[in-house]
Design a protein around this ligand. Structure first.
Ligand SMILES: Nc1ncnc2c1ncn2[C@@H]1O[C@H](COP(=O)(O)OP(=O)(O)OP(=O)(O)O)[C@@H](O)[C@H]1O
Length: 269
């Protein structure tokens, strides 16, 4: 891994005008290219806000955010995103949903118009990687929740983003489907090594997938702890039963319990 791909220096973010909600305060964070970071912490601590800050959807109200050597001043084009709700367009097939970013994100838009066939093949291959061969022409209502989330993951990756932001992407799925999607995501990440930020409430998910877990404290969000995850990859689901794995979960859980305590001072709103 090379130099820092993401660098956040003393960044804060307040929603609204003066006296608004101080969501994040004095965040210092660096990520190497290709690193997989999981972000955990109590509800409302600022996890989603951290993704918005890095992707340029919200400017910091203090400090700075740099991605790939450039200060972030607006929405980045190198980002792919997937959320808890797959938000597929119901009138488009799985394949057409995956192709959507290519129709709107430059510089792909022009190339896509000129060479739709190549991009369609790419989308079919991606859908195949997550086990959706044969479902390319199905509409979202013909797919299960887990299948829709796989399509959403493919849509986030079709333009080969350098940075993938996942905000509780598997939170609404049953345990077995979620585990299948961990495997699918791990396989894609091992193949492409996109730098990834994963917001999750599921500590097993964080430990199965990430290189490092950061804990954000009760609002105003600050990074209150960091835990490296050193299990070799590929990580099989059986890892969940290993003593080391469970020791890590206990450690992270204890750090979240500390992070959940309401600060007695030092934070607005
Ligand atoms: N658009 C907004 N305007 C005002 N306040 C906001 C806005 N978005 C988030 N907040 C506030 O900022 C704080 C952090 O929100 P954020 O969504 O980042 O938390 P989170 O850790 O992702 O929460 P959860 O785990 O519940 O999804 C919360 O107190 C929230 O109410």
């Amino acid at each position: 891994m090379s130099s820092d791909f993401i660098r956040i220096d003393k960044a804060s973010l307040t929603y609204g005008e003066e006296g608004g909600v101080l969501a994040l305060q004095d965040i210092d964070l660096t990520l190497k290219q290709g690193e997989f970071l999981a972000v955990v912490g109590p509800s409302g601590c600022g996890k989603s806000t951290l993704l918005k800050l890095i992707s340029g959807l919200r400017p910091p109200t203090g400090g700075s955010v740099t991605v790939s050597g450039q200060t972030v001043t607006g929405p980045l084009k190198i980002v792919g995103m997937a959320f808890q709700n797959p938000t597929l367009l119901p009138w488009r097939t799985a394949l057409e949903n995956v192709l959507l970013p290519l129709e709107v994100v430059d510089p792909h838009r022009r190339r896509f118009r000129a060479d739709r066939r190549t991009y369609e093949n790419k989308a079919r291959k991606l859908l195949g990687t997550v086990g959706l061969t044969g479902f390319e022409d199905h509409y979202p209502w013909q797919l299960s929740g887990g299948m829709q989330q796989r399509v959403s993951l493919c849509r986030a990756l079709i333009h080969e983003p350098a940075l993938l932001m996942l905000d509780e992407p598997f939170g609404a799925l049953d345990t077995f489907t979620r585990e299948e999607l961990w495997e699918a995501l791990q396989a894609l990440w091992l193949e492409r090594r996109f730098t990834t930020l994963l917001v999750t409430h599921d500590l097993q998910e964080a430990a199965m997938l990430a290189d490092r877990i950061i804990v954000i404290s009760h609002r105003p969000g600050r990074i209150s702890a960091e835990c490296p995850v050193s299990f070799p990859r590929p990580r099989a689901l059986d890892l969940r039963f290993a003593p080391d794995f469970n020791a890590l979960l206990h450690d992270v859980r204890a750090k979240i319990d500390v992070a959940r305590q309401v600060p007695l001072s030092g934070g607005a709103a």
